[in-house]
Write a protein that binds this ligand. Structure first.
Ligand code: DQA
Length: 144
């Protein structure tokens, strides 16, 4: 069974209460439940994690690279400036899909840059929690 780490960066634990007009009313636990249910339907073994800590996220990406584990990554604000995260993503040994709930290209200028996109397999943004479902479906197809 293909293993997938769904990794989430800073402030994503606050989904539901955090700027609901931008990120919606569903909580991080809703996100976790959706990813696990989608994974079960797609034959993927999905684990969902969240951290506010850049070093922890880098370590999880290194763990995924060592295990040839596919990754769905919402780097949150780290997207826009973390070269450490970008370098960790560049070490990937399996598909890595960058996801965003909102469409950063349609928001403030500083969100228009992703330092991660160039080293990801691809990017899915702007579909709310559905961005994660689409990314998991893509990983299932890529791994078939
Ligand atoms: C986000 C977009 C980022 O710009 C922002 O910093 C986030 C969430 C998204 O999922 O839409 O924290 O990654």
């Amino acid at each position: 069974m293909t293993r997938v780490l769904v990794l989430n960066g800073p402030n994503l634990s606050r989904l539901g209460s955090r700027e609901p007009e931008v990120y919606g009313h569903e909580t991080f636990e809703d996100l976790r439940a959706r990813c696990i249910a989608d994974g079960a339907a797609l034959g993927l073994d999905v684990e969902v994690r969240q951290t506010d800590d850049e070093a922890e996220l880098v370590h999880w990406l290194q763990e995924a690279a060592d295990a040839s584990c596919a990754v769905v990554l919402n780097p949150a604000a780290f997207t826009h400036y973390s070269y450490a995260l970008r370098d960790a993503c560049a070490q990937r040994t399996a598909p890595l899909i960058e996801v965003h709930l909102s469409n950063p290209a349609a928001r403030e200028e500083f969100r228009h840059t992703s330092v991660v996109s160039a080293v990801a397999t691809g990017t899915i943004a702007g579909f709310g929690l559905e961005s994660y479902s689409l990314a998991l479906a893509a990983i299932a197809r890529l791994s078939a």
